[in-house]
Design a protein around this ligand. Structure first.
Ligand SMILES: Cc1cc2nc3c(=O)[nH]c(=O)nc-3n(C[C@H](O)[C@H](O)[C@H](O)COP(=O)(O)OP(=O)(O)OC[C@H]3O[C@@H](n4cnc5c(N)ncnc54)[C@H](O)[C@@H]3O)c2cc1C
Ligand SMILES: NC(=O)c1ccc[n+]([C@@H]2O[C@H](COP(=O)([O-])OP(=O)(O)OC[C@H]3O[C@@H](n4cnc5c(N)ncnc54)[C@H](OP(=O)(O)O)[C@@H]3O)[C@@H](O)[C@H]2O)c1
Length: 409
């Protein structure tokens, strides 16, 4: 066993995922320690940076970000604003929200400026095995293996969360007639004349509804509460001490989880999107059913027959469930070996990490929504990436690993 391990390619730091969080980490790390160049490898099945981000913005035809221009992967908060000097029309009100293309061009420029074009290796990480003091053995695409002294998990958003009634549908149906939002690409769909039912009150529902209307469909939006209108996912007070001081002082992890839920308060749409939807509703092209939920759906003679919890019955051609994603470290196979070797408390699917977002007992770090018990309600957002870097960075720059690792330096 030891002989096999010693022959494997050795990496100082493996980063799993090449989304905005990983990019933020890498630029911040290089800014602090140029000597890290060449000592980390980013793995992503796409082989490039931000592929999932670009795919999601393209598929939902999202015109601009929800977050203001200071939130992006470069360490200089004003870098995007400077980049946009000659493109002011691509910063949208009310708080200079970057246009989708502007943001992507900026990220491309950032990747080039930090010479990161060739740092993403095309591979899906299929297993992360902790080997004690020897670090981790990573399995790539179920075949190759590499050794890494440290691992950063930056894999993004979790698994699709589906309403219970979807699992209970008895009748067979064509797979394209009921889709989770992650599987929808508005650019590829012929919707003219179709009746589309969209479930969920988050911004994804809003964009999909607008896209379907523009594609010529008749749309019904079904929301289990009232539509929530919010500029951002969480109040900007969660970006600094205003709320984070109290959050950090909360020693009860379950209570912290509750604070996160309260701060995000489920799904919400921006005022601009709600205004557009209300207008479409007044014009009769969009039905908005609030405080309404599906209890049963059946595919019958080429259409969906829906029964709602208020007794209403309804027919449509397509159902899109924009019900978000669920983050659960226990359900993610990549964490199985870590959980077994280093059992730690898990609160509602979120691991209790140390202050550096490190899995207690080993040199594995987590960015994104799974780090929310430490970072707070914006952990999964672009702002959360920067906050995660501020925590991970000191642990990376300090020699926190045993001497037996010194050969890796
Ligand atoms: C449609 C949409 C719009 C959003 N808009 C905003 C916004 O405007 N502002 C904001 O602050 N936040 C926004 N968010 C929230 C958040 O910023 C994004 O979800 C962002 O993409 C998160 O970055 P990430 O790097 O954590 O994850 P991702 O962008 O999902 O990147 C993770 C990467 O990990 C890779 N990966 C996954 N598993 C593996 C594996 N086993 N091996 C190797 N690689 C793997 C994936 O291929 C992916 O490329 C938005 C989210 C969505 C869904
Ligand atoms: N930049 C952009 O323009 C943009 C575009 C899209 C998304 N985003 C971001 O992406 C993230 C995810 O957004 P999202 O809209 O995909 O997910 P989301 O914000 O988690 O919203 C999911 C919605 O589905 C509802 N829901 C969940 N389970 C349900 C069920 N069983 N039955 C009925 N409804 C159910 C939720 O209801 P409750 O509200 O009652 O919980 C919520 O309204 C957010 O951070 C968002 O800001 C950004």
């Amino acid at each position: 066993m030891v002989t096999t391990v010693s022959r494997l390619r050795e990496i100082q730091m493996a980063i799993v995922g090449a989304g905005p969080h990983a990019l933020t980490l890498v630029t911040h790390m290089l800014q602090k320690r140029q000597e890290m160049r060449g000592k980390f490898v980013v793995f992503d099945p796409s082989g490039g940076w931000l592929s999932q981000w670009s795919a999601a913005f393209g598929a939902q035809e999202i015109p601009h970000l929800r977050s203001p221009a200071v939130h992006h992967p470069d360490p200089d908060p004003y870098a995007l604003r400077r980049f946009a000097e000659n493109r002011p029309q691509e910063l949208f009100p009310p708080y200079d929200l970057p246009g989708t293309k502007l943001f992507e061009d900026f990220c491309r420029e950032t990747i080039a400026r930090w010479q990161l074009e060739n740092t993403v290796e095309q591979a899906k990480v299929t297993r992360v095995e902790p080997l004690g003091k020897r670090g981790f053995r990573l399995e790539l695409d179920g075949e190759r293996r590499v050794m890494a002294r440290r691992v950063v998990m930056a894999m993004g958003g979790g698994r699709p969360s589906l309403p219970d009634w979807v699992e209970k549908i008895q009748t067979p149906y064509p797979s394209d007639r009921l889709c989770h939002s992650l599987a929808i690409d508005l650019r590829q769909m012929a919707l003219r004349g179709d009746r589309v039912l969209i479930i969920g009150g988050g911004l994804t529902s809003g964009h999909l509804a607008i896209g379907a209307l523009e594609g010529g469909a008749t749309v019904t939006l079904m929301v289990k509460r009232q539509l929530q209108e919010k500029l951002f996912d969480a109040d900007p007070g969660w970006l600094g001490p205003k709320y984070l001081k109290g959050f950090a002082a909360e020693a009860d992890w379950q209570r912290r989880w509750e604070l996160i839920q309260q701060a995000r308060n489920g799904g919400s749409m921006t005022p601009a999107v709600v205004t557009r939807l209300r207008r479409e509703s007044r014009n009769g092209r969009l039905g908005i059913y609030e405080e309404c939920q599906v209890v049963e759906a059946a595919w019958n003679q080429g259409e969906w027959q829906i029964i709602c919890n208020n007794g209403a019955e309804y027919t449509c051609d397509r159902i899109w469930v924009a019900t978000g994603t669920k983050l659960d470290v226990m359900a993610e196979p990549l964490f199985a070996d870590i959980l077994e070797a280093y059992p730690i408390p898990i609160i509602q699917g979120l691991p209790v990490l140390d202050e550096h977002l490190r899995w207690p007992g080993c040199e594995l770090f987590i960015m994104g929504g799974l780090a929310a018990l430490q970072v707070g309600p914006v952990a999964r957002n672009l702002s959360g990436a920067r906050m995660a870097c501020d925590r991970i960075q000191p642990a990376l720059t300090k020699a926190t690993v045993p001497k037996s690792f010194s050969r890796w330096h």
